[in-house]
Design a protein around this ligand. Structure first.
Ligand code: ADP
Ligand code: 5GP
Length: 205
């Protein structure tokens, strides 16, 4: 029903499960697309260029910043991450929603440039469970896990910058909660200002 695409921002400490939530969200709704970020982080096993990320050297990434090719970017645990401008502009013009999986600093920049962005923060059910999940994912070594967890504690304090909170205890419940938020946002009058004309064109005296 919404008249143009929405930006949906999802942030969470690393290992909370935002990737898992977004994957299901996209599988369940063809109107939601995932913005593929650029990063200088090395690919993890199984990650594909242009699907998981656009993998860049620091020089290439810095050139993208200079050229204005990114709508936001941030440095996280020693690597650059940023959202390419082209894809989100094109997708929103098509009336599709775009989900961004980004850091708190990136999310704040998006909200400034795009006040209609829907801001969702995903919380782990406990700090012990967060540690368990990041370790069980097996994608980082001990030192990287330590850095990420340390960063997580400071990220959690920024939960107040978001519109919605979802606790990812049971994955399917968390997905349903995110879907509920998106449904409600799509029904906002401000996203459908031509609704009367669209429904009753010519009939309404
Ligand atoms: P993030 O994208 O937030 O860094 P991931 O989506 O990679 O996190 O999830 C981290 C790990 O936790 C993965 O192994 C994932 O399968 C697992 N996971 C995600 N959600 C849950 C959940 N609700 N319960 C148990 N494990 C989960
Ligand atoms: P990971 O290395 O686990 O894939 O991602 C690390 C962090 O970078 C996560 O918090 C993730 O949300 C964030 N991230 C991924 N892409 C972007 C992006 O384009 N911009 C910003 N600001 N953060 C991103």
């Amino acid at each position: 029903m919404a008249e143009k695409g929405m930006v949906i921002v999802v942030s969470a400490p690393s290992g909370t499960g935002k990737g898992a939530i977004i994957e299901k969200l996209i599988d369940n709704d063809p109107n939601i697309r995932h913005s593929v970020s650029a990063t200088t982080r090395k690919p993890r096993k199984g990650e594909k260029e242009g699907v998981s990320y656009f993998f860049k050297t620091r020089g290439e990434f810095e050139a993208m910043i200079k050229d204005g090719a990114l709508v936001e970017w941030d440095e996280y645990c020693g690597n650059y991450y940023g959202t390419p401008r082209d894809y989100i502009e094109k997708t929103m013009q098509e009336g599709l929603d775009v989900v961004l999986d980004i850091t708190v600093a990136g999310a704040v920049d998006i909200k400034e440039g795009c006040p209609g962005a829907v801001m969702i923060f995903v919380l782990p059910p406990s700090l012990a469970e967060l540690e368990k999940r990041i370790k069980s994912r097996g994608t980082e070594d001990e030192e990287a896990i330590r850095k990420r967890l340390e960063y997580s504690y400071s990220e959690l304090r920024h939960v107040n910058k978001y519109d919605y909170i979802v606790v990812n205890d049971d994955l399917d419940t968390a997905v349903l909660e995110v879907e509920t938020i998106i449904s409600a946002e799509r029904m906002k009058y401000t996203r459908n200002p031509s609704i009367l004309d669209n429904l009753y064109k010519g009939e309404l005296k």
